[in-house]
Structures are given as C-alpha cells and as structure tokens.
Write a protein that binds this ligand. Sequence first.
Ligand SMILES: NC(=O)c1ccc[n+]([C@@H]2O[C@H](COP(=O)([O-])OP(=O)(O)OC[C@H]3O[C@@H](n4cnc5c(N)ncnc54)[C@H](O)[C@@H]3O)[C@@H](O)[C@H]2O)c1
Length: 336
Amino acid sequence: MIRVGLIGAGTMGRVHAAAYRQLEAAHLAMICDRVVEKGHQLAGTGVRAVQDYREVLENPNIDLVDVCLPTYLHREVVTAAAAAGKHVFCEKPIALSVEDAQEMMQICQKAGVKLGIGHVVRFFPDYSKAKVLVESGRVGDPKVVRTSRGGSFPRWSQDNWFADYAKSGGPIVDLIIHDIDWLLWMFGPVKRVFAKSVRKEESKEQLLDHALVTLRFENGIIAHLEGSWAQPEGTPFATSFEIAGTKGLYQYSKKRSTPLLVRTAKGENQAQSVPESPLALDPYTAQLEAFLEAIMEDSEVPVSGLEAARALEVALAARRSADTGEVVHLGGDHNA
Ligand SMILES: NC(=O)c1ccc[n+]([C@@H]2O[C@H](COP(=O)([O-])OP(=O)(O)OC[C@H]3O[C@@H](n4cnc5c(N)ncnc54)[C@H](O)[C@@H]3O)[C@@H](O)[C@H]2O)c1
C-alpha cells in the first residue's frame, strides 16, 4: 500500500484524488491546498487536510507526493519532495525551463526516488491504439501527421495563473505539449520547429490564443499541431488526429461516435474498437496505477522526467519560433 500526499486540490487535484480512491494499491492520506476550504472539501473524512506543503513532506508516513500545483511551482515542490525522500508524481508540463526539469531529475535520481510526469495522452485508448497500429505497418510508413486540441480559455484556475505565460507557458507549453509528447513517443526526436500564434487579451481574466506548430522529425515525418484557447466560452474541449502513411490513413476525432478509423488505399474504411467500452479505468487513473506499479516493482516509470523534458524542449522551441518568426533547430545536423 502506497501512502499518498496530494498537493494542490484544484482541477487536476480533484481528478487525481478520485483516481487514488479507486486504486487498491494507494491510500490517499493527506491533501494540501493553500486555500484551506479547497483542501478540506476534497479531503472529506479520513484524509488529513493541510495548508502548507512542507507538512506533507515532513510526514514520515507519506511514500508518494503527487504535485497538482500550477506549473510555476513544480520545480520547487518536486525537488523539496525528492530531497525529503518521497517518490514524486508531477502533472505536466514538468517545468517551465529545461534547466529546471534537469534539476528535478537530478535531485530525484540522487535521492533514489521515482519521478513520473502526467503525460496522460499516452493512456487515452485511441492514442495508445494509434501507436500500436502505426507499429503494425497497416497504413505503411507514416509521412504526414495532423493533431488538434483545444477549447475555450481555461478560466478555472486559481488566481487565473494560466493567463500569465511566465506561470503556465501558454497554450503551446501547456496544451500542445500533450501531442508533442505523444508524437515523440511514436516517432522519436524532432529536428526543427516552426510555429505561429495569434494572441489577444480580451480582458485581464480572458486571453485568446490559437497556435499552429509544425514539427519536422529526424526520420522525415512532418507533423502539424493545432492548439487553441480561443474557442467561444462553453465550446466542448475537443481533440483529433490524422496519421497519413504510404498505404492509408488513421483518423481520429473525439467528436465522432466511432472516433478511430483506418482508411487504406485497398478500400478499407474501418472503425477500430478502442478498447472495451466502458473502460475499466479512465486514463488518469490508469496512468497513476501504472506509476504505483513502477514504485512497487522498482521498474521503469511510464513517462519519465527525461521524456517530459524532451517534450518541454520541443514546446519551448515552438514558443520561441512563434515569438521570433524564425525556424528553431534542435540538436543533430541543422542543415538537413
Ligand atoms: N493532464 C491534464 O490533462 C491536465 C489538465 C489541466 C491541468 N494540468 C496541469 O495540472 C497542473 C495544475 O493545474 P490545475 O488546472 O489543477 O490548476 P488549478 O488552479 O485548478 O489548481 C491548482 C491548485 O493549487 C493550489 N495552490 C497554489 N499554490 C499553492 C501552494 N503554494 N501550496 C498549496 N496549494 C497551492 C491552488 O489553491 C489550487 O487549488 C498544471 O501544471 C497544469 O498544467 C494537466
């Protein structure tokens, strides 16, 4: 049984708390939020609610600290938790700079604790199934990819921290990074990045931002990623992707009732069952279950700090490109 201290009782804290309550391997023992009522409300009975995260770290009965704090606090709290000898699960993005991410990884490694990052898209069945289909070669060699993700501006956050790019990274670093991680997982390293973003401050509380990112992978695949915080308020959050290969196409749209389709030159036009319905575990619970297993079996975590740092590096390059209008090259031979 892994005893969990959850820090941050906001949107993702509520999701993680519900997940731990379903998992037999976990015991949710403490919840921390600097807004006392939020912590108490989520804790309910039997879970201790505190206001200062250091109380969680000082408790010798806590094995795992789950960080669901605004992104600008990830580095501080993850490094303090690791230094206190706790395993750490941290929401994505890992941090706001690659240097911070590296420091987090180093301190976890030195302390001998596991660090897992919440790149949950890998646990969404249509996305994980797409990887299996790509590897099966059914539509040939993937060449061109398109993803989209977005909805209205996330107004739910405490103190509206999403609107401050120094705290959230904006939609490229906060939102599009989900697809970046998934694509890196399937296709390997990115060679160069180009991005455009349209930003408008409607009011202090509401920022509109729509971004387009083009990635050129080292293996030649081109991906075009769209991310939006600019849809009218109340627009349902939606995602889609399309992977075009030499023999056909995978298409997915959250808006369709049969979201994942395979279309090939041979005339196939098949819906993929993904997987059993209803799902045994929702993706957020499945990712935490996989992390708990990695702790118990002392095995590889599902999404490591290093993988999350790589996704962050690409996202930051895209933001730099959107800011400067220039192509940004990453590693390797920059002239190819
Ligand atoms: N995986 C996903 O699909 C997904 C979705 C949304 C957000 N996120 C990520 O999850 C993280 C949290 O986002 P959110 O939407 O839950 O934010 P939120 O604003 O809803 O919640 C953050 C909570 O942290 C608390 N908090 C702030 N500073 C604190 C401190 N010093 N000590 C204790 N509590 C403190 C706030 O009071 C608030 O309750 C972010 O990194 C975000 O990018 C991930």
